[in-house]
Design a protein around this ligand. Structure first.
Ligand code: NA7
Length: 301
């Protein structure tokens, strides 16, 4: 089954490499061609446009940064939609709005193709290990057809409802992750400011009901000030905005998510380089530097 993959960023590249390892014939396109070098060396074929990827594939995966990027690769000049073969399946693993997922599904249907929104969780670590979890919106029969492809990149997939349901659950999931990591950053700042060891807080956390896998991973990284992006802060900020946009459409207040977006937004303004979302911890450096409060940095003991 020929597979196409559009978007070779932090997530798309390891996903393409895993498809190749699983023996799929993979055609790729990325806006910046040099980012395809490694997957081309590993055996992928280059296409000159998203449209060309779609024209040669039974399953087309898109994984690009945000809604404008997805609109560009689907409907821009030489976009994928005009190349889709009847009977093919477009699987979008980008995190975008549920409304955009439904628009993409309609565009596929008009070409005689099927669509699944299938955003992922697991970060670059999950992508590299082939252990992503897919949150799927669409038809069960379509999901069954693409399961061998998902199995090459992930360990589980959940069918959550009609088109848009996968994106809805993904936005809810990321709100949980963003809030957990912000809560830990706040707690670390608090104990540090009070002159107590931040390391000891992590020790106690690991033995407590507040323990969470994401905090097991992000806590030590925050203490080491290792903010290399696994899931970039700029994308977490985007997802919080998408969650709030959806909540606004539903008339639902999300006060904690709204507050988290403010913090992530401020932290984003503090960095020039691409950093992981656990760099939200830098928000408290700012307050320390500005002399607003006598806090220590998160890494202080
Ligand atoms: P990255 O590493 O920021 O990669 C983003 C990808 O999206 C990368 O291939 C970009 O191409 C591509 N992109 C961004 N804007 C455009 C436009 N306008 N047109 C075409 N292609 C574009 O993100 P991740 O891989 O971590 O995440 C991808 C998605 O999964 C995202 O929705 C997350 O929230 C979850 P470039 O290489 O910059 O030319």
């Amino acid at each position: 089954m020929p597979v196409g993959l559009i978007g070779l960023g932090l997530m798309g590249k390891p996903m393409a490499l895993n498809l190749l390892r699983a023996g799929f014939a993979v055609t790729v396109w990325n806006r910046t061609r040099t980012r395809a070098d490694e997957v081309l060396r590993a055996g992928a074929r280059w296409a000159d446009s998203p449209r060309e990827v779609a024209a040669g594939s039974d399953v087309v995966i898109t994984i690009v940064s945000d809604p404008p990027a997805l609109e560009q690769v689907l409907w821009g000049e030489m976009g994928a939609v005009t190349g889709l073969r009847p009977g093919s399946v477009l699987v979008d693993s980008s995190t975008v709005s549920p409304a955009l997922a439904r628009r993409a599904a309609e565009a596929c249907a008009a070409r005689g193709a099927d669509f699944l929104d299938a955003p992922v969780t697991g970060g670059t670590w999950g992508a590299e290990k082939g252990e992503l979890v897919f949150m799927v919106g669409g038809k069960a029969e379509v999901l069954r057809r693409v399961e061998p492809v998902l199995a090459a990149m992930g360990k589980r997939w959940f069918l959550l409802g009609p088109h848009g349901a996968g994106q809805t659950v993904k936005l809810a999931m990321n709100a949980i992750l963003a809030l957990q990591v912000q809560a830990l950053a706040e707690a670390l700042a608090l104990v540090s400011a009070a002159g107590v060891s931040a390391e000891r807080l992590l020790e106690v956390l690991a033995a407590s009901m507040a323990r969470a896998p994401v905090l097991d991973i992000k806590g030590p990284l925050m203490l080491q000030r290792n903010f290399a992006p696994s899931f970039p802060l700029r994308l977490m900020h985007k997802d919080l905005s998408l969650a709030l946009e959806l909540a606004g459409q539903l008339g639902l207040p999300l006060p904690a998510t709204a507050a988290a977006r403010e913090t992530y937004s401020a932290a984003k303004g503090l960095v020039r380089e691409d950093v992981d979302y656990c760099a939200v911890a830098r928000f408290w450096e700012r307050t320390a530097t500005a002399g607003e409060r006598p806090t220590g940095s998160v890494g202080d003991t």
